[in-house]
Write a protein that binds this ligand. Structure first.
Ligand code: SF4
Length: 309
């Protein structure tokens, strides 16, 4: 058997920045550092930071008054920012700048009088943050059926934005459905889907031409990792999402000669290497990496941590 690695895979610039923020906050200010929501959607990253003194909370009121608090890479609603201020929390914002860009875009459309439609998965932290960053009317849709059920009449000024980690193909279909219902709708097209999501999905499209099975290393709650699994399956190649090498079931490899491996944007590379090592134990001889884009995007740290960098 042979393993073929997708390139690029794993950490994006927004995830690398968020983890560095948490690590530097712990090193500079000491434990405990509170983190509102999982800093990124990866259990190992979260467990590792928790072992070093990060305290993860899903309720901002669970943070003691005045404590140092990090907002996760997925961004937060304005009400959370306001509540943190009311309680005197010292906040370091690890929201990915590409998510902040979507918030600002939605706010601008709303201030110009548009009803906002957020294309994305309701309940996902990023989508709830985007929804909650808009003062005016806002709706979240994730399917053509939900678009058909939107309450706005034709002629209403409507604008859309999208979650950053969606499937390009699915999003295109939803934008077309919105445009057909609201011909004057305005929005960014596919431009809110971030570079890292695009690059990893393109790499999987290229990977599926070479393999019989795709393993996506990532957490179950990682949106972009789930989309990578779907992209492979949509192109006719079975795909499995696994958190670590321990989840790899040898039965998946029955009749398989070439195994593709990729990883979601919040997956550390050492988990990928753990999967490769397990594949070697199960009979994989050759491991090669497909050529792909070398990403150079980096985001600046927040002011409060720049000196320590
Ligand atoms: S997946 Fe994209 S939007 Fe999300 S943190 Fe990474 S770069 Fe930012």
């Amino acid at each position: 058997m042979e393993a073929v690695l997708a390139q690029p895979r794993g950490f994006c610039a927004g995830v690398a920045r968020a983890i560095e923020i948490a690590e530097r906050a712990l090193a500079t200010y000491g434990a405990p550092v509170y983190v509102f929501h999982e800093i990124v959607h990866n259990k190992h990253v979260v467990d590792d930071l928790a072992a070093r003194g990060a305290v993860f909370v899903d309720d901002i009121d669970a943070v003691p008054r005045g404590a140092l608090t990090i907002f996760s890479a997925h961004g937060v609603a304005t009400a959370i920012v306001d509540r943190a201020r009311e309680r005197g929390l010292r906040v370091i914002d690890a929201t990915c700048p590409l998510v902040t860009k979507v918030h600002l875009q939605a706010q601008r459309f709303s201030q110009r009088g548009h009803v906002i439609v957020v294309i994305g998965h309701a309940g996902h932290e990023e989508v709830e943050g985007t929804r909650g960053s808009v003062d005016g009317e806002v709706h979240v849709v994730g399917s053509v059926e939900e678009i058909a059920a939107l309450p706005m009449q034709a002629g209403t000024p409507v604008a859309y934005v999208t979650q950053t980690t969606l499937s390009i193909d699915d999003t295109r279909v939803l934008i077309e459905a919105l445009e057909s219902r609201y011909p004057d709708i305005v929005g960014p097209g596919l431009d809110d889907i971030c570079y890292a999501t695009l690059n990893r999905q393109r790499a999987v499209r290229s990977l599926v031409k070479h393999v019989d099975l795709v393993l996506v290393v990532g957490s179950q709650n990682s949106s972009n990792a789930n989309r990578l699994q779907e992209v492979a399956a949509d192109h006719g190649v079975p795909a499995r999402l696994l958190e670590t090498a321990d989840d790899l079931d040898a039965a998946w490899l029955a009749g398989v000669r070439r195994i593709g491996v990729t990883a979601g944007a919040s997956t550390p590379e050492h988990l990928v290497q753990g999967v490769i090592s397990r594949l070697r134990d199960l009979g994989v001889g050759q491991v090669r990496e497909l050529p792909g884009l070398a990403e150079t995007t980096r985001f600046r740290l927040p002011e409060m941590l720049r000196a320590s960098a």
